[in-house]
Design a protein around this ligand. Structure first.
Ligand code: NIG
Ligand code: FE
Length: 400
């Protein structure tokens, strides 16, 4: 297997405290990094760099782990720019538009969905994302959700069943019937295709009790859990996520002191999605309170046509720094190692020895430029670790 050396790295972020400066960022200056195209083999000073089959002199650039986008609704058809315009003119977001995307997605062929999603994945990769979670949730029928879970698994690195996105239109007068369908037949069809189940637990979607029922069934089916919570109000979803031991609770826009306390004393990651607050003109989540209390924070795009048609993790980082008062380092960590923690992965989001060789070279001398120069394409190159047989990722979450 040929080895590959990144040499003359001005600022290397490994997110591995055992490397470099001993901080959580595991930072080295004038560094080099050796991989075999699959894993990181060696990290150290440029002056000590070993010989390699291929050498890539990055001439003082910053190098970071590829971004881990741990929350996307990537597979959908259509768009809702008119809704965005209405919101910018003063309208409120209440989740009502999801039904439009459900209709468009049901009407699309699998090939159309795959093509549209691949285009968005390509944008993500160009912006430095090397690991992507993808949710179902825009068909809300047994066969439709099964198709979306299959696409999520084929296209991404971690697939999530979100049959409990909103109540399907056919069940508008029978909520309980829909919850039973999701927790029963739909879950049985989708569970073999995914690693995670998610529920939108919020005003206008599912109550805490309904969400608890779906999550318990998903857990019994062997899935790990995620929850969309407290996006539209203080609806109790964060407490539920901690109670059921979810890997992540996402949005966290409206939190009280008890939510922050619960998150800081649990292993549930708080995943913040400031693209959604940007595009719904909502208050940003209290990232500082979470970080200061010791909670683990992740950042993700929430890529979806309603609340956050965003594919760029650098844009999310810029929002986190400017609007949520995260430091540039906290935001970078949250977009890489934090996302990995939200997906319960330890092999991505860092560049210590043994990690996957997902290496992003920036067109900048420091990673802080990601927030400092918003809107500029600062990703010079992306090396994604080789995939296993059949083009499938050999990591957990890809193959359930
Ligand atoms: O994460 N909150 C629920 N789901 C998406 C939005 C879905 C939509 O509006 O299409 C979100 O914001
Ligand atoms: Fe979402």
């Amino acid at each position: 297997v040929p080895t590959h050396l990144f040499d003359h790295i001005g600022e290397l972020t490994t997110n591995d405290p055992s490397c470099g400066d001993g901080t959580p960022m595991g930072r080295l200056r004038d560094a080099a990094l050796l991989t075999d195209g699959e894993s990181v083999l060696w990290v150290g000073a440029s002056a000590d760099a070993p010989a390699a089959d291929e050498r890539h002199d990055v001439q003082g650039a910053a190098v970071i782990p590829g971004f881990v986008d741990s929350h996307t609704h990537l597979v959908f058809a259509g768009e809702r720019s008119d809704e965005f315009e209405a919101r910018m003119a003063g309208e409120r977001y209440d989740g009502g538009g999801i039904a439009r995307t459900v209709a468009a997605t049901r009407a699309a062929s699998t090939e159309e969905l795959a093509t549209a999603s691949a285009r968005r994945l390509f944008e993500m990769a160009a912006a430095g994302t090397t690991t992507v979670e993808i949710k179902s949730g825009y068909e809300l029928t047994v066969t439709g959700e099964e198709r979306l879970c299959w696409l999520a698994r084929e296209l991404g690195d971690a697939a999530t069943f979100l049959g409990a996105h909103v109540v399907a239109p056919e069940y508008a007068r029978d909520r309980d019937g829909y919850v039973e369908l999701v927790a029963g037949e739909m879950l049985r069809a989708c569970a073999p295709l995914v690693r995670f189940a998610d529920v939108f637990c919020d005003a206008g979607a599912f109550s805490v009790d309904e969400a608890r029922h779906v999550l318990a069934a998903a857990r019994a089916a062997g899935l790990d859990l995620r929850v969309h919570a407290n996006q539209l109000g203080p609806t109790g979803g964060v407490g539920l996520a901690v109670e059921v031991g979810a890997a992540s609770v996402d949005h966290c826009t409206y939190l009280d002191g008890r939510d922050v306390e619960a998150l800081s004393s649990s292993s549930t990651v708080a995943t913040l999605l400031p693209g959604a607050e940007f595009a719904t003109r909502s208050p940003y989540p209290p990232a500082r309170a979470l970080l200061d209390a010791g909670a683990t924070v992740a950042l993700a795009t929430d890529c979806n046509p309603g609340t956050s048609y965003v594919t760029s993790m650098p844009f999310v980082i810029a929002l986190a720094v400017r609007e949520m008062h995260m430091s540039a380092d906290e935001a970078l960590w949250a977009a890489t190692r934090g996302g990995a923690a939200a997906l319960r992965r330890d092999d991505v989001g860092r560049l210590g020895v043994g990690a996957r060789a997902d290496v992003v070279v920036l067109d900048a001398p420091r990673a802080a430029f990601l927030a400092y120069r918003p809107g500029s394409p600062l990703v010079a190159s992306v090396a994604r670790a080789r995939r296993g047989p059949e083009g499938h990722d050999a990591s957990p979450g890809r193959r359930a």
